[in-house]
Write a protein that binds this ligand. Structure first.
Ligand SMILES: [Zn+2]
Length: 167
């Protein structure tokens, strides 16, 4: 009988501890678990850089490398994926805003440059039947002449170099 009573009190104690643990998880003082997590996260992220375009791209790069790397168990893909994630986390938690801003600006400038080149190449391909495209021998700028113009002297608008070209 005494043993049974002891067992019951033990069980009650355990339940009480569990209840207390749950209460501490859910905040106790009117704050839900998610509210508490949010508050903790916000105070942790205070003064840190956070996310930007470069970080979002890094997340995508990490995902594109890591997922096939995991599926094929290839270290050659896993490592660059992990490196991209590590770099992303480092940038997010960094307190040096000016440095991270400069990196992001550089990245955006590079993207703009690439997209400009890509759009120009697309336009050259679409208009290839209307214009003859060629590069200036002096500055490598792209120039165009209407097709069927014949041999003409062309002056480059960028470097003023004159040369003959068949249109
Ligand atoms: Zn030129």
């Amino acid at each position: 009988m005494q043993l049974l009573l002891q067992f019951r009190t033990r069980r009650m104690q355990l339940l009480l501890i569990l209840k207390q643990m749950l209460a501490s998880c859910t905040g106790g003082a009117g704050m839900s678990f998610w509210q508490k997590t949010k508050k903790t996260l916000r105070s942790f992220m205070k003064g840190r850089y956070g996310s930007d375009s470069l970080n979002r791209t890094l997340i995508w790069i990490g995902f594109l490398f890591y997922l096939p790397g995991m599926l094929l168990s290839l270290n050659a893909l896993l490592l660059p994926g992990l490196a991209a994630y590590c770099l992303c986390i480092y940038r997010m938690l960094s307190r040096s805003h000016t440095k991270r801003d400069a990196e992001n600006r550089k990245y955006l400038a590079w993207i703009n440059h690439r997209s400009k080149h890509w759009n120009q190449a697309k336009a050259r391909f679409c208009n290839r039947k209307v214009f003859t495209y060629f590069r200036c021998p002096g500055c490598r700028a792209w120039l165009k002449l209407p097709r069927g113009t014949g041999v003409v002297t062309v002056t480059c608008g960028r470097c003023q170099n004159s040369f003959t070209q068949k249109g």
